[in-house]
Write a protein that binds this ligand. Structure first.
Ligand code: UDP
Length: 245
């Protein structure tokens, strides 16, 4: 398939048009940013690793009945996806307290939540992706009530599935971020990526608060061995997928 113009370049991916208007090509980059792009760097091999992990997870989720934008992966750092209009929402699901939840509430890092917490943030870099209330979300017409209900239901379903999947990898799913989009039929699809860039993943058998971190917090907090951690996550995902099939 011939590749046409660059449609959009984000912090972690470049989106290209293809000869089919319903299909886009996502090119995963090694560039890494944190704290609303105030911290910038590069993680060697990240594009290939995140694309591979996301591809495997999207395929697993599809097999469990969750509709995603994933079509296939023509090369290790490229994914063909269904064209969707991304809703300007970052949907965060939390199982264990970490990151901004601890900073903003005082809940202690590592506290296991009695039930998963689903939160909506406004995807807007200029405003620093603020946490939304349901009323603000509706006031701003970022999604309809029906869409919010459908997204919440899907987010919890995805969390149930991923918790078990990551458990099989010896990894504890602390929290993660999802994005959703609408296809040409207004169907809600899981989009973007699911990777160590967008999830907090802790090595289950490791208790040391720094050594257990297998995700972007290694980059955010300068913990070192970032590439090794990402590669380790990919190895475990591939192993878990192989055992299952
Ligand atoms: N997250 C993300 N993109 C963002 C913000 C958060 O992928 O722009 C992910 C983050 O990696 C973590 C979860 O969402 O897995 C919750 O992040 P949190 O709100 O704690 O913010 P942070 O502490 O990462 O700034």
């Amino acid at each position: 398939m011939s590749v046409y113009s660059k449609l959009y370049e984000g912090k972690a991916k470049i989106l290209y048009a293809t000869d089919d208007p319903e299909i886009l090509l996502a090119d995963f980059k090694d560039d890494a940013t944190a704290f609303n792009a105030q911290k910038r760097g590069s993680i060697l091999g990240k594009g290939r690793i995140n694309c591979s992990i996301s591809s495997q997870l999207f395929q697993q989720l599809e097999a469990s009945g969750i509709k995603t934008h994933y079509i296939d992966s023509p090369s290790p750092n490229q994914m063909r996806v269904k064209a969707v209009k991304i809703l300007p929402l970052e949907v965060v699901i939390r199982n264990i307290a970490a990151g901004s939840l601890c900073q903003q509430t005082g809940i202690e890092l590592g506290t296991v939540l009695k039930q998963p917490l689903v939160e909506f943030y406004y995807k807007n870099d200029q405003l620093g992706d603020p946490l939304l209330t349901s009323d603000r979300l509706l006031l701003m017409e970022l999604a309809t009530v029906e869409q919010v209900n459908a997204i919440t239901h899907l987010a919890l379903q995805i969390n149930d599935f991923l918790k078990v999947f990551w458990q099989r990898c010896g990894i504890t799913l602390v929290d993660f971020k999802l994005e959703f989009g609408l296809d040409s039929q207004q169907q809600l699809l899981l989009a973007d990526e699911i990777s160590p860039d967008t999830c907090r993943l802790w090595n289950t058998t490791e208790t040391d608060p720094n050594r257990r971190v297998l995700d972007k917090d290694r980059f955010r907090r300068d913990l070192g061995n970032v590439e090794d951690a990402y590669q380790e996550v990919l190895q475990r995902v591939l192993q878990a997928v192989e055992i299952k099939s």
